[in-house]
Design a protein around this ligand. Sequence first.
Ligand code: TF8
Length: 334
Amino acid sequence: MRIKFALGALAVLMAAGAVQAQDFKPRIVRFGYGLVDDSNQGRAVRLFAKEVEKATGGKMKVRGIGNASLGSDTQMQQALIGGAQEMMVGSTATLVGVSPQMALWDTPFLINNTREADALLDGPVGDKVRATLDAKGLVGLVYWENGFRNLTNNKHPVTKLEDMNGIKLRVMQNNVFLDSFKALGANAVPLPFSELFTALETKAVDGQENPFNTVVSSKFYEVQKYLTVTNHVYSPWIVTVSKKWWDGLSKAEQNVLMDAAKKSRDFERKDTRDEAAKALADLKSKGMQVNELSATEAGRMRDKLTQVNASVSNTVGADLWKQTQDELAKIRAA
Ligand code: TF8
């Protein structure tokens, strides 16, 4: 009895071992990202790389390549779609041209806090939006946190709506961001992130908007004087894989990547939140002048910004828009 059982268990172990050996091929994964190595993106890519190497006994090697060295977000997306690059992480906002449903995440004030963000992004709505990439040559694995966006500029403190007038503001390259900041009265200029520091430094633009973390890691405090706490939108990042490449992987390899992606997501969100909590004090000590908006002015900006909701709903479809509102109501009631 006992011997039979032991032999059976051994056979199972051997079979599993055999499957493993041939299921992990030696592979190099180029994982591109836009921020510098010493950023929340860089740290989470390195954690992902470690997890993948551990799980495949070193067979799959992930090379994190930061600083937009492989190209801007949109250039990398095209490389993934064409199969010339394996993985990347970048803003969902730059994917709207590939999949219009991604515009959902650009809705101003859609998400109020990180609890809502995690529940919405990791729930059925997030899954549905992520799945729209499949037909476009990309596999979306998980969402990471970019964070709540805030405004910086080099002209004057923005304390009221009218202060936005005439500020030449770099925005991400999609219509929701363009329309949002036009609605506020700014002169919105779409630019890839990889060109942003130079544009600020040479004063080609006056300002930009990004989470505190990025203002720190990209050293925008060196070229921007004023920071206004607006929290006008919660931006996710999305980790994507070339579908061409993904389809050639074994199930075991795909599972390793998904599993490591989830670990990197949990690590990245915590790391980003810890860093964001300290960032304002850090930026002040580096000489930035920080101001909060009065409730009245925040309300006035909010009114202007939510005027773009109808066009987001149009872009993503009324069904997805409604499902999102229902899901948020559920999350808020829980
Ligand atoms: C932006 C985004 C950036 C991302 C990043 C380079 O302002 O917030 O963080 O695109 O992946 O472009």
